[in-house]
Design a protein around this ligand. Sequence first.
Ligand code: NDP
Length: 335
Amino acid sequence: NRRWVLASRPVGEPVLENFRLDQQPIPEPQAGQLLLQTLYLSIDPYMRGRMSEAKSYAPPVALGEVMVGGTVSRVIASQHPDYAVGELVMAYTGWQEYALSDGNGLFHLGELAQPSLALGVLGMPGFTAYMGLLDIGQPQAGETVVVAAASGAVGAVVGQLAKLQGCRVVGIAGGAEKCRYVVEELGFDACLDHKAPELPARLAAACPQGIDVYFENVGGKVFDAVLPLLNAKARVPVCGLIAHYNATALPAGPDRLPLLAATLLKQRIRMQGFIIFDDYGHRYGEFLQQMGPWVAEGKIRFREDRVRGLEAAPQALIGVLRGENFGKCMVHLAD
Ligand code: NDP
């Protein structure tokens, strides 16, 4: 059983030396247990947080322990009454080829036509987009919604859901190719490249009525461009701040906190953070009932960025934090 363990904690950007590939015998299930084989491993931005000792909503991965992560897995041996050999489940067994489970936290995937969707549009990122936008953002028809990391796992779903609500939707993404995809394939009204100059002026031009909902995935310069455009009573679901995950110091320039606080006050803005399964876990079934048909009918489109083989996992995570992924990033380990 090959597994990636955390070898050391990164300072700034993670490097390959922070991970170590080790090998253990494949474990045997005892009474009440089952053995899972990982087919797909999700690679997500939050994993950077688990590598760090800083206080967070979940404990860090200990040094020498297997990196955590969501998986689509197959039951290959079972001493558990609820799980049969051959069946597919959504699990959280991390960066390894095989794992034992007592059934806790597993989710039956049934006959899902494309099982990897359980890591993307029908899994944690899609659910995050759905709850963050609809429950916290509360977009109304005719309003302007802005989302960054717009071609990514969460952002792509946010924008498409906002279009289904009748909103004007402006994405922000890194590079012309991602922006073209967001407009032409996903149907956003516009998409701006945050790596090109003059983002604040281009964003103002793309949002002539201001911004009513800003779905925050990124922070940094993107948020600086958004802040002056927020309308009275705007809603800002704070989902992620990926531009800061590798930061080792405060950003350069003047302290922006007074400007943020004054804007919140004068514009009576509601800014709310959320952690998807902690806050909304009880609504996953409702999400699947809505989203399943939308995906099947092609109303919500998606893109996967698959890398092959467990060896590729560390570089894939480093790449996500650099914006190198194009679509939901995952490792394909086995069929
Ligand atoms: P993505 O698939 O969107 O991949 C991450 C993307 O972030 C990159 O491809 C890159 O896109 C963008 N990015 C990276 N660095 C920067 C930067 N400095 N400035 C601007 N953009 C940057 O990831 P997810 O959809 O999985 O996650 C999106 C966000 O949602 C993350 O912040 C994540 O932590 C958060 N999240 C929060 C959850 C919650 O429960 N609160 C649950 C799930 C995700 P580009 O090339 O377009 O810049």
